[in-house]
Design a protein around this ligand. Structure first.
Ligand code: SF4
Ligand code: SF4
Length: 174
């Protein structure tokens, strides 16, 4: 997420904030940087935990983990202010400070992360857009959320604060 344009006309200020504030509260649970299953190997095993699982109960054999997360607030791959794995960094990093969501009519919408100081003009207007090359990967991340929303009673998020799985439907109610 740092040291390059993340999309047309977006210029990263290289503040490093997006690599040093990775833990965030989301609907009452603490979550880390989301990782696709094939991105787990990029980080030390002890710093990666499941993030989203599907099934009736987390202890059941049929329970399926569809996303993982980094447990650290500061990324262990940050080396002297640079990303040490820039060419193979996770999709979550590639899309930042943009993300994809769905409108009520099902259309794709671009979301913005307000914590990025380079994203808005002094008039509050967002600068740039999601890189078209990153879009298909960002859609995959969005697909995980969509899959969880299909049946929130059978979707679970792991809360890094407590180490416990929380049912997605309970988060939506809260
Ligand atoms: S928070 Fe924004 S400006 Fe700062 S390093 Fe990340 S992408 Fe660049
Ligand atoms: S993988 Fe690289 S871009 Fe992503 S949080 Fe770590 S240092 Fe930053």
């Amino acid at each position: 997420m740092i040291f390059e344009m993340s999309g047309p006309s977006f210029f990263c200020l290289r503040c490093g904030k997006c690599c040093t504030s990775l833990l965030a509260e989301d609907k009452g649970v603490i979550r880390g940087l989301t990782l696709l299953p094939e991105e787990r190997h990029l980080f030390p095993e002890t710093m990666v935990k499941p993030a989203v699982g599907l099934g009736r109960r987390p202890h059941e054999q049929s329970f399926r983990i569809i996303a993982h997360q980094l447990t650290e607030n500061t990324c262990p791959r940050l080396e002297g202010g640079l990303c040490g794995i820039y060419e193979e960094r996770p999709v979550s990093c590639r899309q930042f400070p943009f993300s994809l969501g769905r409108g009520l009519d099902g259309s794709l919408l671009v979301g913005y992360d307000y914590s990025c100081p380079a994203l808005f003009t002094s008039f509050g207007k967002p600068i740039g857009d999601l890189d078209p090359d990153v879009k298909p990967h960002a859609e995959r991340l969005l697909g995980l959320e969509t899959e969880a929303l299909k049946n929130p009673r059978k979707a679970w998020y792991l809360d890094l604060a407590t180490g416990k799985w929380v049912r997605y439907s309970e988060l939506l109610e809260g």
